[in-house]
Write a protein that binds this ligand. Sequence first.
Ligand code: BES
Ligand code: ZN
Length: 448
Amino acid sequence: MKKSRFAGLTLSAALMLSGVVMMPADFGGQVTAEAAKPGNPAAFDQKVISRIDADRIYADVHHLSETIGPRVAGTAEEREAAALIRERLESYGYEVEVQEFSIPDTMTGHLATSNGDEVEASFPSGSAETPEEGLTAPLYDAGLGSPAEFTAEAEGKIALISRGGFAFREKIDNAAAAGAVGVIIYDNSEASGPPNMSIGEDAPLPVAGIKKVSGEALLEDVVSTGGTVTLKVDAITGQTSQNIIATRAPKHVSNPDIVHVSAHFDSVPLAPGASDNATGTATALEIARVLKSYPIDKEVRFAFVGAEEIGLVGSAHYVSTLTEDEVSRSIGNFNMDMVGTAWENATAIFMNTLDGQPNAVTEAALAAQDRIGTPSELILYQRGASDHVNFHEAGIPAVNFIRREPGTAALEPYYHTPQDTIEHVSKERLKEAGDLVGSALYSVIRKN
Ligand code: BES
Ligand code: ZN
């Protein structure tokens, strides 16, 4: 059985019932006389927010997104981020575990025309591979790639298909049924890079994705001149990613409750991942620094996870390593993912839960907001798509803290693009997230 109530909450609820009015704390770094009274939770909040340092968080966002750059699962850059996180946590005195795990194969490849032009392309996982020397064939213009658009002419050719209308996999299956030997899908709207496509597993043909302009160029330069293209697709096998887990257990408490803070440090290809998710990583690191020696009576674990962007793989691995007993002692997961965008419309902090229901973590955050006066609106919202999913599925109350636009729930326009850079990250909002989650977390784990 899981415990659903936090000690800190009970205290603030009791104060509210007894008619004590909590004044918002003074943010000048000063502890007000009211806040300093023993037993006043606002004094504990001040211990956190007076020390959360926005400059440190920002510097780490800079290091992760600018110095290291895109941190795709399985790459050297992802490992470099993991090494940075590990060293930092060790320097704070945490007991740090490195978990290494395998990730699904990813694809790499190459596309060129018989005119000698290289075409920038993406190669989706699940694509078939080509022979070592690649596949050289004429192109067949298959329109949107519906069955009616394939004639006997497609046989032995590489189908050039426009995105849109229906699923990528249907287009690929239709091409295979018509006897095509490969598929190139071109985008149907302008984008800065070739599309990141989800085509499912074990596709029947090698597949590449290209930009709209590249597709139009192939129609003109290759299809209409009867030229050929050479497509090469290879699987990169045996890759691994890492989780970095920092633990601090209370002294003199046996079998303590456990609270997990999580943040993914990987990014999608080509995106520096400043907002997604250097912000969550750097803010969780700062919370770990601030809480490194405060007295606690619960166990806290900071789980910095890799391979989120390829399907929440790192957090799934982490949760799978918890024993049944550890799961039953787990009372919450604060997942920090995209907490510092500067996008002006993202004025609210969403608390995404998988079932859209409040839980012990949303309650702790709301209580903290009440005490410290977090300026942004906190909105409870039903959404998965981040690492809280795996904690939730293990039965642990879990919340993804994420900045969005109220009403539409939209994310910033730079999301998963090369424009996800530090230029679009707000130091003030990083501080706000650090203060909120730091105070809520400390209210749960602190020694009363
Ligand atoms: N940082 C996002 C979080 C997110 C949450 C995005 C909710 C959109 C909505 C996360 O890194 C992400 O991009 N998630 C993927 C799904 C995941 C299972 C690969 C997404 O939403 O496309
Ligand atoms: Zn993402």
